[in-house]
Ligand binder design. Sequence first.
Ligand code: PLP
Length: 370
Amino acid sequence: MSLVRPNIEAMAGYVPGEQPKEGEAVKLNTNENPYRASEKAYDAIRAVADKGLSRYPNAAGQAFREAAAAIYGVEPDWIMCGNGSDDILTILTRTFVGENQLLRLPYPSYILYKSLAEIQGARSEEVRFNDDWTLPDYFAQAPTAFASERVNTLENVSPEDLKLVYLPNPNSPSGTRLSNEQIRKIADALPCPIVIDEAYADFSGTNCIELAKENPRVIVSRTMSKSYALAGLRFGFMIARPDTIAETFKVKDSYNCDALSIAAATAAIQDQEWLAATTKKIVATRERLMTRMRELGFIVPESFSNFTWNVWRNNELSHKELYLYLKKNGYLVRYMNYEGYGDGLRISVGTDEDTDKCLALVERYLNGDR
Ligand SMILES: Cc1ncc(COP(=O)(O)O)c(C=O)c1O
């Protein structure tokens, strides 16, 4: 007999993107930033290391809270730091969603949300995106027993079961975004908190921080992994009303962020000049990637992120085969297959040179090279 909780035993577990050995492949599979982070972040790490690591860090990451608060026009008690934004999402799920209760997410989107519900012994309601990557009205409504918009089957659903909604904006894998007006409507109608996962918002030109200031049920999650080029550091944060932040503090590990990451993330977020210059470059490359993939015969939804979602217009060709061809030639992209939806390739924006080489390989494959 297993000693493990049945819900843990039953779950498949989230599988992170492939991380090849250094130099083994050009990584275009986990939406990292191809550029080196602000030198100020590296200087901050060296300064902390020189001073020593024998003491615990500030438990709240106060230096970062103050820096981020100044940038977003809130007080520091509106910010909570996390060990990557995955930590933030874990803390939020644990704070709001209990056993058997319901967590709602759009589909297809970030797979981790569902795993977090499973760990809680909670249920998740996956609501299908419309074909144009907008959401059906149902997304903002209380759950009902029979909902055609739902991907999965759920029994004994009552309206009060819904405790938390996740909305990645821009979404992954599509790179698409909902307008702030649409999100405002959803947030106003929902009977529970909504987490806007803004992992990619710096590439989008819009965000929901003002909405979080207006609506106490809106929580914004951010990461330093993508736009700030610090995926290896593990640092994320959320912006929400101080009373919400105070509750989540009860759930987080005491020292969930270490001294090196707090110092580096603080220095990085203070270097907004670096952020603006780097995102500008990435957005320009993204536009070229999108245009060229469309010319090569893919359906590519308008991306507001640092990756594109690519589906063959001609469905006789295999996404899996192209993924393997690119991998064989040293380019790692993300092959995704969503049950009941279909498969495709998510390609992260690399440097101009790597993006061009990847595009040239796609073209070679289409010209018959195997
Ligand atoms: C939508 C979304 N949210 C959150 C994350 C987690 O990022 P991190 O834990 O590195 O902050 C990712 C990473 O790929 C993501 O795609």
